[in-house]
Design a protein around this ligand. Structure first.
Ligand SMILES: Cc1cc2nc3c(=O)[nH]c(=O)nc-3n(C[C@H](O)[C@H](O)[C@H](O)COP(=O)(O)OP(=O)(O)OC[C@H]3O[C@@H](n4cnc5c(N)ncnc54)[C@H](O)[C@@H]3O)c2cc1C
Length: 273
């Protein structure tokens, strides 16, 4: 019989950003694995039926600090893994495997446009933290789209990075301004501001590579407008958190209906322990 307790990590940190939205730290109890910024790990928890429920999660921390892997996770209503995770506390065991994925910062000397929806900010935080840890710079425009102002995780840190002179332009946009009356920034889903931001920052197929991470509707929309502007497929790097398809859950706290997977082995990993 397989090991009923296949845990090789422990939850080391739990920081609530907003209702249903957390930054989670995981320490490896095995020798930690190295990773490239932009890659993900698979986190696993034992479900009630004795099955290890596993989901891919982008690592948000620096690739130069393996003492703790950091993740930025949204609770999904009815979601198998995230509901198990929300029952856990700091110190509890968890399974972690990695690294995986090819969503990497390209060594192409181009400016980077990072477009993140919701928790799709995670890999970009890892890229930026790693660049900073290594004393490297990169021309970056980072667009982060969320429902509510309080979902703009790391906003203070990103604004500070900009003030410190790192060549980043950070732009947050919220899709529910009527529920955030004090918000003075851009409004609308992140895909609706991409064209104007490309123009504002003079990002063209000759000068820039686009990196898109998060929900499929955003990625499809931005990919289409980038292609229409003449960006090659190679210049539009994509990390979909779930495939475009049938209607499914609601992100708790975001209040937005989303669509569900068809047959994605990454987004829906469930394995016997
Ligand atoms: C490469 C990769 C990296 C990922 N990184 C992250 C990450 O850093 N943080 C993170 O929170 N999630 C991330 N995900 C999504 C994650 O793997 C799970 O799909 C998500 O946590 C839901 O799992 P669940 O078991 O709770 O829901 P399930 O029972 O598996 O239901 C999954 C369905 O819930 C919906 N869903 C998934 N995520 C969301 C969401 N954020 N908001 C609204 N609806 C959603 C989709 O319809 C999806 O098909 C990533 C996915 C991939 C493929």
């Amino acid at each position: 019989m397989s090991d009923p307790y296949p845990y090789n990590g422990r939850i080391s940190r739990w920081e609530e950003v907003a209702p249903g939205l957390v930054i989670v730290g995981v320490e490896s109890l095995d020798p930690p694995f190295a990773f490239e910024p932009g890659q993900y790990a698979t986190l696993g928890l034992m479900g009630s039926e004795g099955k290890l429920i596993q989901r891919p999660m982008s690592i948000s921390s620096s690739a130069d600090d393996l003492s703790e892997y950091e993740f930025f996770i949204r609770l999904v209503e009815g979601g198998a893994f995230t509901n198990l995770l929300w029952e856990r506390k700091v110190g509890d065991p968890i399974n972690i495997k990695g690294p995986k994925g090819r969503f990497l910062l390209q060594d192409d000397g181009r400016a980077a446009l990072f477009v993140a929806s919701g928790t799709g900010l995670a890999p970009f935080m890892s890229m930026l933290d790693t660049l900073r840890d290594r004393g490297q710079e990169r021309q970056v425009v980072l667009l982060h789209g969320v429902s509510h102002e309080h979902d703009l995780a790391w906003r203070d840190e990103l604004e500070a990075l900009e003030r410190e002179g790192f060549p980043i332009r950070y732009v947050g946009t919220i899709s529910r301004p009527q529920q955030n009356p004090s918000w003075r920034g851009l409004t609308g889903r992140v895909e609706t501001i991409v064209e104007s931001q490309l123009d504002e920052h003079a990002l063209t197929p000759e000068t820039a590579t686009l990196y898109l991470c998060g929900n499929p509707e955003m990625i499809v929309a931005v990919d289409e407008s980038a292609q229409a502007r003449g960006f090659d497929a190679e210049q539009v790097r994509k990390e979909l958190y779930w495939p475009k398809g049938r209607t499914h859950g609601v992100a708790v706290g975001a209040g937005a209906a989303v669509t569900d997977a068809e047959d994605d082995d990454e987004a829906d990993e469930e394995a016997e322990p």
